[in-house]
Design a protein around this ligand. Sequence first.
Ligand SMILES: NC(=O)c1ccc[n+]([C@@H]2O[C@H](COP(=O)([O-])OP(=O)(O)OC[C@H]3O[C@@H](n4cnc5c(N)ncnc54)[C@H](O)[C@@H]3O)[C@@H](O)[C@H]2O)c1
Length: 389
Amino acid sequence: MHTFESVLVTGAAGFIGSNLSEALLARGHRVVGLDNLSRGSLANLREIMDHAAFRFVEGDVEDLRVVWDAVRGCSVVVHLAAYKIPRYGGRIDTLRINQCGSANVLEAVREVGARFVLASTSDVYGNSPHVPFREDAPLVLGTSASARWSYAVSKLFDEHLAFAYHEAHGVRSTIIRIFGSYGPNQHLSWWGGPQSVFISAVLRDEPVDIHGDGLQTRSFCYISDLVRGLVAAVERVPDGCDVINLGNDREITILELARMVKRLSGTPGELKLRMVPYTAFKGKYEDVRRRVPDLAKAASLLGYHPVVSLEEGLRRTIAWQRERMTTEGARSFFPSERLLDPPGQPPETRDQRNPPPPAVQRRQAGRRSNGHEVHGGHEVVGREVVDEA
Ligand SMILES: NC(=O)c1ccc[n+]([C@@H]2O[C@H](COP(=O)([O-])OP(=O)(O)OC[C@H]3O[C@@H](n4cnc5c(N)ncnc54)[C@H](O)[C@@H]3O)[C@@H](O)[C@H]2O)c1
């Protein structure tokens, strides 16, 4: 029997946070959910909002007083709140929120003597040739001129901060390097990863955007598997500070993923592909060729073994997404984000609510006028946004 903990989950209204909060409550833990609702939604929390052991705090991890209030009485903190993907105008947010938020949360963790679970990312392995990635493998990031690496760098900063707080203050931490996860409550845009936009495209009989040649590989983890690993991390934060991969180690190319989504969706007609060359992306875009976790450490320290096959997980996710699209039409639950961005345009996201400076807007407008061309039998488009985190 495990000890019942009081757990602060930052980013609780997001994809992973909402699923994790539900699972922690089901295990008998008390949960305080903190979120500023910038990317998450209260709709994700509707099943647990009235749960007697759940308290929701709307607030920002960049505000130390908010974090202090939320952490009071908590024995474990799972820090998920982050700005995930440096996209158009996003590098500043990524670096600031992920650095400042983690610094505040760790300070509060130290103050109350809690244990710390940090959501890091597989992106920190970058272009490491040592596939599958082990936690002690060298990390190989690209040039600082490529905005995409700012996400990995921000998360590496967080990892180092966790080690520093252990060295300086004895804070016990588990750093979880999360590999691409999917399932109910995922964002219906590139923010939610390729599986999310592929499903939307297939269900709407629209072309699936394939970045580069589509032969880059990823591994996809169904959310219930990831959540079981995170719950184990909450219940077993060891002495010290350690890094553990969580994900699924089945490797698949992005092209194969698109074909699988099409097959499992049961929609009529052929799969439509739209090849998007990397040269169409803003800045010096660099993709990661292969991304697969070594899960031996997760198995030995957390008893972790993913059990949901990609086919089964996608079937469940397609059913959820179909239902979500039926009930919410063409809009995702993230109010100002369209299901699919029109080709050649950046997504309508937070950047539209906080428009970038005029000079940046002018650059964006220039790229929008790129239009489309046809290449190699597939439509080829220019886009602003890409990532397969
Ligand atoms: N989803 C994945 O496959 C994946 C992969 C690798 C790492 N991760 C990491 O896991 C964590 C959760 O990811 P997710 O997919 O659930 O993302 P998400 O965007 O769905 O959830 C993040 C939540 O944090 C909230 N948030 C953002 N900035 C905040 C702030 N300043 N103050 C308070 N709340 C704030 C958002 O509103 C959102 O609800 C992130 O740290 C992410 O980097 C996720």
